[in-house]
Structure formats: C-alpha cells, structure tokens
Design a protein around this ligand. Structure first.
Ligand code: PGA
Length: 251
C-alpha cells in the first residue's frame, strides 16, 4: 500500500518571516497521520520553516539543488547544506526550472543521482506542453523524461523517489487535467517504471499529480489508482492546503 503524499511547492513566494507565519498557521491543520505532508520552500526559508514545524509530522523540502558537492558555483545550494538544514525532499526538474533556467535531462539525471547519494528524496517533475499534448506525443515525451532522469539509478534507490506528473498547461492556469488525463499519464509512468525496474518497484514508487490541484478536485484526483497524491503550487500558500491534505474528510 503506497502512502499518500501532499507536497506544497511555495515557488518564489514568502519572505522568511512570512514563511514562518504560514508554516505556523498550517501546522496544526496539516499534521496528518495518513498523508505525508511536505512544505517545499525557497532556500532562504528552509531553516526557519524547519524550526517552525519541529515536533510535527511535516517534512521540509527544497525546490532545487545543485549536483556538485561544493566549490565555486556561486549562488547554488549543495545537497549536504540541505541535509544539514533538515531537508528530506528536493524538487528536481520542475518545468519552471527546465524552461527558465534551461535545466535539461542530462543535468536532471545528475541532480537525481546526487540527491539520492545524500539520502534526499527527489520529487522528480515531468510533463508535457500544450503543443505536445495536441500533437499526441504526451506519453512518449514523458517516458523519455523519466527514462533519462533515472539513467544509472538502481532499483533500490529508484523506489524511494517520488515522481510528479505536471502537465505544463495545467500549472498555475486553473486548468486542471481531467482525472482521466491525469490517471492515463500517471499509469503510463508506472508502466515505464515497470519496464525499467520490474513490478515491485513500480508498485511501490509514488507518483503525484500537479497542476491546479485545489480543495475541490483533490479527492477525485487522489482516488485514481496510479495517483498517490499531489504537488500543489498556488493552493499551498493558503489555508486551502489543509483541505487538500485532509481531502478524505472533505466529502
Ligand atoms: P499550481 O502549481 O498548483 O499552482 O498549478 C503546481 C506546481 O507548479 O507544482
């Protein structure tokens, strides 16, 4: 049985003091025994948010990480800095990083491997553009993103990773994928993992859906057989996030 996960992606929002306020506000409402809850926050907010959620079941995640250990990479964050600050998860390959910061599949594979080396759990993002969906190449495109990200990653490590399927056209647009569309691609991703690693890994790995998840659509999306929770952007900055985490109690 896969545990559900709801991860908030705060993106480039919240100063450290705002972040602490939000974390403290959400903390009592999102401490769930059934769902793994993660706040993925801007790098500068990691230390104060980790402090704010101490003693709760909430984990702190980073939104990015570099693939080198240390050295002359001005402005980058090393994996052991994240670990030392109390981070458990790291988003890798969000479409905004692929698009605005030119992160490509080869770089993302290095990041995935480096995160694993430091026992950080990568939340690996994948997903197609609207054009690709309209051209009918969604499944092959996502398959290639996944295959490339997991290159040289052994099964015992792959199984600990989290994959987030986020169709780019559904991110921040209010245009959520239909449950059928989301399930179809998440199912195909699981099939891809089955081809790469076999049945056991495919059954255990968690696959999230992301893209305009809100309190109104979470329950239906998370009820799909291959959707193990959500990566939530906009709604993670609001009390609505608690309703998403508690999606089972809402209906
Ligand atoms: P959204 O963002 O929920 O605001 O669409 C999701 C994401 O980018 O992870």
């Amino acid at each position: 049985m896969r545990r559900k996960m709801v991860a908030g992606n705060w993106k480039m929002n919240m100063t450290p003091s705002q972040a602490v306020r939000l974390a403290e506000e959400l903390k009592p409402q999102v401490s769930s025994e059934e769902v793994d809850v993660v706040f993925c926050v801007p790098a500068i907010d990691i230390v104060p948010v980790a402090e704010a959620v101490k003693g709760s079941s909430i984990s702190v995640g980073a939104e990015n990480m570099y693939y080198e250990e240390k050295g002359a990479y001005t402005g980058e964050i090393a994996p052991d800095m994240l670990v030392d600050a109390g981070v458990k998860y790291v988003i890798i390959g969000h479409s905004e990083r692929r698009q605005y910061f030119k992160e490509d599949d080869a770089m993302l594979n290095k990041k995935v491997r480096k995160a694993i080396e430091h026992s950080l759990v990568p939340i690996l993002c994948c997903g197609e553009t609207l054009e690709q969906r309209e051209e009918g190449v969604t499944l092959s495109f996502v398959k290639q993103q996944i295959t490339s990200a997991f290159e040289s990653v052994p099964a015992e490590d792959a199984v600990k990773c989290v994959i987030a399927y986020e169709p780019i056209w559904a991110i921040g647009t209010g245009k959520v994928a239909t449950t059928e569309q989301a399930q179809e691609v998440c199912g195909a991703i699981r099939e891809n993992i089955r081809e790469l690693y076999g049945e056991k890994t495919a059954e255990q790995i968690r696959i999230l859906y992301g893209g305009s998840v809100n309190a109104g659509n979470a329950a239906q999306l998370f009820a799909q057989p291959d959707i193990d929770g959500g990566l939530v952007g906009g709604a993670s900055l609001k009390p609505e996030f608690a309703e998403i985490v508690n999606y089972k109690k809402e209906n």
